[in-house]
Design a binder for this molecule. Structure first.
Ligand code: GRF
Length: 195
């Protein structure tokens, strides 16, 4: 079994889609939901879905071992970020090379970086009168929203769109594609490793 940890700070609608997608999967299991926010909605989802959860504390995350020992102890092989707002420390990136994935609700490299999350992204896109936006699924490196792209998908931005209507369109794309992309990446990796 390949064990995945989902890292999320917010409501967790993507986390929920991923959890449901891999429920009863023959070779992939969501083994942990980790959050830096004790009251985050994603933790309720984990509880409801009977998935172990973990609160990530700042000191240990950034100045300790980045929770590497904890994740290894739980046999985690992949880390999926789904609305996780903290930067991933080098210790964690080095311990999981090529195995940490993020989704961003815009077409990177535009509208990414620190502070560019949630409604801030969609407001900036509308403000700039972009004709299209979309999603970027990418590997995580030491910089915010920066690693190698895995997939980008676009959607039109109409003159009548508001940050809220655009957010909805983007969310549809995220929910449809993130779980499938995760499954594809893990399966390809299993083939490469010959498992
Ligand atoms: C998503 O838009 C994702 O692209 C971003 O954070 C948001 C998380 O939303 N990285 P949710 O908590 O999954 O609803």
């Amino acid at each position: 079994m390949v064990h995945i940890a989902i890292f999320a700070s917010g409501t967790g609608s993507n986390a929920l889609k991923i959890i449901d997608h891999f429920r009863n999967h023959s070779s992939i299991s969501i083994a942990l939901v980790a959050s830096n926010k004790p009251g985050a909605g994603v933790l309720d989802i984990a509880e409801r879905k009977n998935i172990p959860s973990l609160i990530i504390e700042k000191e240990r995350f950034f100045r300790g071992d980045g929770y590497v020992s904890e994740l290894k102890r739980r046999n985690i092989q992949w880390i999926i970020l789904a609305g996780f707002l903290w930067k991933i420390p080098t210790s964690l990136i080095q311990a999981f090379p090529g195995k940490i994935i993020n989704i961003h609700p815009a077409l990177l490299p535009k509208y990414g970086g620190k502070g560019m999350y949630g409604h801030f992204v969609h407001e900036a896109v509308i403000e700039a009168k972009e004709k299209e936006s979309g999603i970027t699924i990418h590997y995580v490196d030491e910089e915010f929203d920066h690693g190698k792209h895995i997939l980008q998908l676009t959607c039109p931005v109409e003159d009548t769109d508001t940050p809220e209507t655009l957010a909805k369109k983007i969310q549809v794309l995220e929910h449809k594609h993130y779980p499938e992309v995760i499954a594809r990446l893990i399966n390809e990796n299993l083939k490469i490793e010959g498992i």
